[in-house]
Ligand binder design. Structure first.
Ligand SMILES: NC(=O)c1ccc[n+]([C@@H]2O[C@H](COP(=O)([O-])OP(=O)(O)OC[C@H]3O[C@@H](n4cnc5c(N)ncnc54)[C@H](O)[C@@H]3O)[C@@H](O)[C@H]2O)c1
Length: 268
C-alpha cells in the first residue's frame, strides 16, 4: 500500500454489511494509514456486523441518525475528541427510499415518505456540512465525498424518487463546495457509481437487469465496490487537492455511451 492517507482522520457513514460500498472504503482507508470513526443509524447498528469492521480497522463506532442534528453534533464532537484532532475526510454513503420500500410508483408518491427520503438521502449532507462548519471541525484542504447515481441526470424509471434525491444531493455538494472552499479550502465532491450489488442497490426494482444493462453498455464494465473504494481513497488524499464541486463518474465509461455493440446485439 502507499500510505496515501497516513496521519489523516476521517468519518465514514453507511457501512451496514460487507457488501456496503462504505465497508470497502473503510478497509482501504485503513490500509492507507487513516484513522476514522464508523457511523450508521442506531437501528442499523443493531445487526452488529459493523463491530467486526471496527475491530479490523481499529475504529470507534458512533451511532448517528443522519436526520438528527443532535446525533450529528455528538458524532462530530466525539470524533474530533477521539481521533485527536480535526477531521480530514468524510464519506457520505447514505441512501434510503421509503416509497421504493413500500412499492409506491413515481406517479403515486406519498409526500410524507418523499420528505423523509430527501431528508435521509440528500439534506443529510447539508446538515453534516453545516454542523462541521459551525464547529470548524474539518482541516484546511479536507475532502468530503458523497455517493450518487446517474439517475440524477438521466431517466431510469425504477430508480423512482431516489433520482430526485440524488439530484438534490449533487446540488448540495456543489453549493456547499463553494461555501466550504471559500471558508476553509475544504473540497466537496460526489462520486457517481455504477450499479453495485448491496442492500440499498438491490432494493431497486429489476436491479439485476439494471446491473447487466450497465455492464453491457460500459466499455470497462461496471465499476465494483472495491474500485469505488480506491477512487474514494484518491479523492481523500492530497493528490486531488484542487478537485472540488464535481460530480465524478466512476462507471467504466457508461455515462458517455449512447449505445454499445453488446447492447445492440441483444435486441437484434
Ligand atoms: N448500490 C448501488 O448500485 C449504488 C450505485 C450508486 C450509488 N449508490 C449509493 O451509495 C451509497 C451507499 O449505498 P450502498 O449501495 O453501499 O448500500 P448500503 O445499503 O450498504 O448503504 C446504505 C446505508 O445508508 C444507511 N442509512 C439509511 N438510513 C440512515 C439514517 N437515517 N441515518 C444514517 N444512516 C442511514 C444504511 O444503514 C446503510 O448503511 C448510497 O448513497 C447509494 O445511493 C449505490
Amino acid at each position: 500500500m502507499n500510505n496515501l492517507l497516513k496521519g489523516k482522520r476521517g468519518i465514514i457513514f453507511g457501512a451496514l454489511d460487507p457488501n456496503s460500498i462504505a465497508w470497502k472504503v473503510a478497509q482501504r482507508c485503513h490500509q492507507e494509514g487513516a484513522t476514522f470513526t464508523l457511523t450508521n443509524a442506531p437501528v442499523a447498528l443493531r445487526f452488529g456486523a459493523i463491530n467486526h469492521l471496527a475491530q479490523e480497522s481499529n475504529a470507534r463506532v458512533i451511532p448517528a441518525d443522519v436526520t438528527s442534528d443532535t446525533d450529528i453534533q455528538n458524532l462530530i464532537d466525539k470524533s474530533v475528541e477521539g481521533l485527536g484532532g480535526k477531521i480530514d475526510f468524510i464519506l457520505h454513503s447514505v441512501g434510503m427510499s421509503l416509497n421504493i420500500r413500500k412499492g409506491k410508483a413515481y406517479t403515486e408518491l406519498d409526500y410524507e415518505m418523499l420528505k423523509k427520503t430527501l431528508d435521509i438521502s440528500a439534506i443529510s449532507l447539508h446538515r453534516l456540512l453545516k454542523i462541521c462548519m459551525e464547529k470548524d471541525a474539518v482541516n484546511d484542504w479536507g475532502s468530503i465525498v458523497a455517493l450518487t447515481y446517474i439517475a440524477a441526470q438521466r431517466v431510469f424509471p425504477d430508480y423512482n424518487e431516489m433520482a430526485d434525491a440524488k439530484a438534490l444531493l449533487e446540488s448540495i455538494a456543489r453549493m456547499a463546495g463553494y461555501y466550504y472552499g471559500m471558508k476553509r479550502k475544504v473540497r466537496v465532491n460526489t462520486i457517481s457509481q455504477s450499479p453495485t450489488r448491496t442492500t440499498a442497490g438491490s432494493g431497486v426494482k429489476g436491479f439485476d437487469s439494471f446491473f447487466e444493462y450497465a455492464d453491457a453498455m460500459s466499455p470497462l464494465g461496471n465499476a465494483n465496490a472495491e474500485d469505488c473504494a480506491n477512487y474514494c481513497v484518491v479523492m481523500f488524499s492530497d493528490l486531488t487537492r484542487m478537485v472540488t464541486m464535481q460530480n465524478l463518474y466512476h462507471d467504466g465509461g457508461f455515462s458517455t455511451m449512447g449505445v454499445s455493440n453488446s447492447v445492440m446485439d441483444r435486441i437484434k
